[in-house]
Design a protein around this ligand. Structure first.
Ligand SMILES: Cc1cc2nc3c(=O)[nH]c(=O)nc-3n(C[C@H](O)[C@H](O)[C@H](O)COP(=O)(O)OP(=O)(O)OC[C@H]3O[C@@H](n4cnc5c(N)ncnc54)[C@H](O)[C@@H]3O)c2cc1C
Length: 532
């Protein structure tokens, strides 16, 4: 294996692979170093139970940007998205709400709970789409630093304002999204707490917040800004989420990207404030003037760069970066999928609800957060049960099912005891909650893997186990992600960049941080060439 490259990517998560492919496409010799035996990070497919392939972490796709799919030709390399069913939200044992692409169908289910809300829904859906459009405008922006007083800071900030000068009243909508709670945002539209919960649910996903926490309105948008078809834009990937990472790797390989697994980077070599290369935990060394880190910003700054190379205020900012997760994932091999008592194929107009939200009203979500606030796992967790095998029969033996349960809250730090002791009790609580809506499901479980935040942290080397590499809160978004002054994918070290989810626009399988980081790396390279 060569030891000198134009660029090294630390971490073979999907963002690292996107960054690698774009750099290689531009002619650079690129090496990806991944710590695990498999590439993909949180976008992997793994056969943890013989015959059953799980999307161990992320489990549905919506955010992967069409520009990236098109430019890297991911369909040619095997990416196939299968639409999930309409989103099915059981309210109790007898009734349900649906969120469907078909507005009339959604309205019909809403009308059973509030005629007024059903009438309001089309205008709300338009408003949500307009807000999503506003957020989408900024996805491919490199956040400037408005506090930087020099010519570059001023020009970049003014250029951003100029590009978005026609935003008009959209500006006030954006301020609302970043400051309002999900509940306040939804109160403007709906009266029924059951209907509000359908949307407020998105604000709780992967976030240490409840629907009444200020700023949580933005997290709804983060989940609905994808541009794909299917249940609220979410779909399954044939072969599991790892198929995305495999397609990205294959796309990169045709431009010469080299990938090494079981290659954990222990240190970035730095001389006179410039990156020289990396040292692996097993002692191997690789040289490159460009290092793009796909791993969490805290690890990059505190471990791989190290305090001695960083100003004190940068270290203080990164220390305060909030990244303690409350999200859990349970991967189940089952002989039958959950059978919801509220589900009636005729009334719902779908053959089976493969994509479900369990949180029957707003207070359910808020109470789940209350528990977490005081260091307990939720007595009644909210959760998303999905059954990809309804669409994709390649991932389980015939007649058997893969069931993913994702939800919250399961605080990283428990006030009493620890996760080793608490895990069985927690898994029982989750299954008992599911059984309120789908009795008897537990008897169909063949095997299961329970992942609390410390497990996710350990497997992915992800501080706090945070699914988005850090909270998606107003103080950690755009020009403050991950820290003020370094939201432009650069770091205080020349040649070291951040290309993972702790960079703008944050987590989710979108590929955008990797794309944007590659663009900035290539921009700096062009400048350096011009100057020399
Ligand atoms: C449980 C869970 C459920 C989720 N559900 C969804 C979902 O359904 N849909 C969705 O869009 N998003 C979901 N997400 C979020 C999404 O999966 C992540 O935000 C995204 O995959 C992160 O991608 P990344 O490439 O930025 O980082 P990662 O995927 O975290 O990749 C970082 C890589 O760096 C490697 N690494 C770490 N340290 C080192 C080192 N020292 N040397 C070398 N390599 C190293 C890691 O092993 C990893 O492969 C979920 C996440 C989790 C954890």
């Amino acid at each position: 294996m060569k030891t000198r490259y134009d660029a090294i990517i630390i971490g073979g998560g999907h963002n690292g692979l996107v960054c690698a492919a774009y750099l290689a496409r531009a002619g650079l010799e690129v090496l990806v170093l991944e710590r695990r035996p498999v590439i993909g990070g949180a976008a992997v497919s793994e056969e943890t139970v013989p015959g059953f392939t799980f999307s161990t972490f992320s489990y549905v796709m919506s955010l992967l940007h069409p520009k990236i799919i098109r430019e890297l030709e991911l369909r040619r390399f095997g990416l196939e998205v299968l639409p999930a069913s309409d989103l099915f939200c059981p309210v109790d044992g007898k009734d349900f709400l649906l969120l469907s692409e078909d507005v009339a169908k959604t309205q019909a289910s809403f009308a059973r709970f509030s005629r007024r809300d059903a009438e309001t829904y089309p205008a709300f859906a338009r408003h949500l789409e307009e807000c999503a459009g506003l957020v989408r405008r900024f996805l491919f922006e490199t956040p400037p630093d408005p506090a930087r007083g020099d010519l570059r800071g001023r020009t970049e900030t003014l250029a951003l304002l100029w590009r978005h000068r026609r935003i008009g009243r959209g500006f006030h909508r954006l301020v609302d999204l970043f400051t309002l709670s999900a509940a306040d945002f939804l109160d403007r539209w709906f009266e029924s707490p059951i209907i509000k919960a359908v949307f407020a649910y998105y604000a709780s996903i992967g976030t240490f917040a409840g629907p009444r926490s200020p700023g949580s309105a933005y997290v709804i948008l983060h989940h609905v800004m994808g541009e794909h078809e299917g249940a609220a834009g979410w779909g399954f990937v044939r072969g599991g989420m790892g198929a995305i990472s495999r397609a990205l790797a294959e796309s990169g390989k045709r431009f010469g990207v080299a990938i090494a697994t079981e290659a954990e980077v222990a240190e970035i070599r730095i001389r006179d404030g410039q990156a020289q290369g990396v040292v692996l935990a097993d002692g191997r060394e690789f040289q490159a003037p460009i290092i793009a880190a796909n791993l969490h910003a805290k690890l990059l700054y505190e471990r791989l760069i190290g305090a001695r190379h960083l100003p004190a205020e940068v270290l203080a900012d990164i220390r305060h970066y909030r990244t303690l997760s409350t999200a859990f994932k349970i991967n189940i091999a089952a002989s039958a999928p959950p059978a919801y008592t509220a589900f009636d194929p005729e009334r719902a107009g779908i053959d089976y609800p493969a994509y479900v939200h369990i949180a029957p009203d707003l207070d359910w979500l808020e109470r789940a957060f209350d528990d977490a606030k005081y260091g307990r796992f939720s007595a009644r967790p909210f959760m998303t049960p999905v059954v990809p095998t309804v669409r994709d029969t390649t991932i389980a033996p015939p007649g058997r099912h893969v069931v993913h349960l994702f939800g919250g809250h399961a605080p990283y730090t428990l006030r009493e005891g620890n996760w080793k002791e608490a895990k069985d009790r927690f898994a029982r609580t989750v299954l008992e909650t599911l059984e309120l809506f789908a009795p008897g499901f537990s008897s169909h479980i063949i095997d299961m893997q329970v992942l609390a935040p410390p497990d996710i942290e350990a497997i992915l080397n992800l501080p706090g186990g945070h699914i988005f590499h850090g909270e998606l809160a107003p103080d950690q978004l755009f020009w403050k992600r991950p820290i003020p002054g370094y939201a432009d994918y650069r770091t205080p070290i020349r040649g070291v960049y951040l290309c993972g989810s702790s960079a703008h626009p944050g987590g989710g399988v979108s590929g955008i941080p990797g794309h944007n980081a590659a663009r900035e790396i290539l921009r700096d390279r062009r400048w350096r060439r011009l100057r020399s």
